[in-house]
Write a protein that binds this ligand. Sequence first.
Ligand SMILES: *Cc1c(COP(=O)(O)O)cnc(C)c1O
Length: 438
Amino acid sequence: MTDAIDATGNPTPRRKPKPERTEIGGRPLKPSTLMMGHGYDPTLSEGSLKAPIFLTSTFAFPSAADGKRHFEGITGKREGGAEGLVYSRFNGPNQEILEDRLAIWDGAEDALTFSSGMTAICILMMAYVSQGDVIVHSGPLYAASEGFVAKVLSKFGVTYVDFPAGASAEEIEEVISRAKCQAGENGGKVAMIYLESPGNPTNALVDVEAVKAARDKVLGKPCPIAIDNTFLGPLWQRPLDHGADIVAYSLTKYVGGHSDLVAGSIAGAKKWMDPVRALRNTMGGIVDPNTAWMLLRSLETVELRMARAGENAAKVCAFLKDHPKVTGLGYLGMIEEASQQDIYDRHCMGAGSTFSVFLKGGEAECFRFLDNLQIAKLAVSLGGTETLASHPASMTHLSVPEDRRAALGITDSLVRISIGIEDPDDLIADFEQALDYV
Ligand SMILES: *Cc1c(COP(=O)(O)O)cnc(C)c1O
């Protein structure tokens, strides 16, 4: 394949797509179209329609001068990062194609991929905090994210202030002001505002626009707003359009979508990605080529899968809503609070397919329901092709102290469901028969 590469004039054996169509008749191509080929030129890989998996630890330089130039980019001696492929801890062809395609969904300039959602979140936070700094975050966060801030970053003199998802603009501004004072006392700064919306498993939404307004008023621009968009992204919520600077994902969920891989990503403007890329270069944690290839396959169907799962969830929730054994639903398609509906209308393009259902009774009744499901599988995680159900109070949120669980509304009667792409009538029949055991 070196001949083909030389013929394009590409100075290094690096993926360099030929100019590709991004519009037809002046109309920009949609993400679902771009997922079939963006960032990959088959002529550079023997005409292989799909990108090969590049299993290599290192990349040969055409000349010593090229090697020097690449290292100037990697080490930050020159702006703009590496111009070519160097070593697989830094980047690789499969990962670069994946990052180009992920950026499209969020309208981001750049994206970075990681070996898991938590690797992405931990390296993101570490890239931005120094001793004495404060992180402002919404609550609840994914338990491991909350734990990383409270138990790991705290060892290095980083503190946090949090506010509940669903807080008003005034409350958010008050919390950010408090964080600014706390940072002043500790000799640091407010280093990051970190959000998760909707919160898990309550589905409470954060008003990203209000957070941005409060950040601009109290702190000014240098403090990035990052948001974990795993539950609604990339299809149903585009936080960069509403004032977030960085969007984070567990690609393990809807984007991977088949419950067969673990990976993560972040996306945003290059200036926000560069410090994180530098730390990823040092620590490692980039997604491996095989998983990147599987994610490219998944991205071709992500819109189809999410659209179907969303339609299924609406049908299942319409059935559950009126069932006598169901006492409540935490589903974004049936919001009861006006302020939450207002955030939904401004921020969301769809209600998602992950929701909570409150059953008559407590743990015993929920367990009977879960143990009698025939189609839905009893497992944590979400966003896969198959429907999953779990009991947060005794599983994902078992480590959360009881009083905090109560404050978050995670009761013993709550079951969390992630709807897949099965036939919706089969799913309804399954829930109907399992509810008989409650
Ligand atoms: C699963 C999940 C994570 C962690 O992702 P991993 O890929 O399991 O590391 C982070 N945030 C949210 C909201 C998640 O659901």
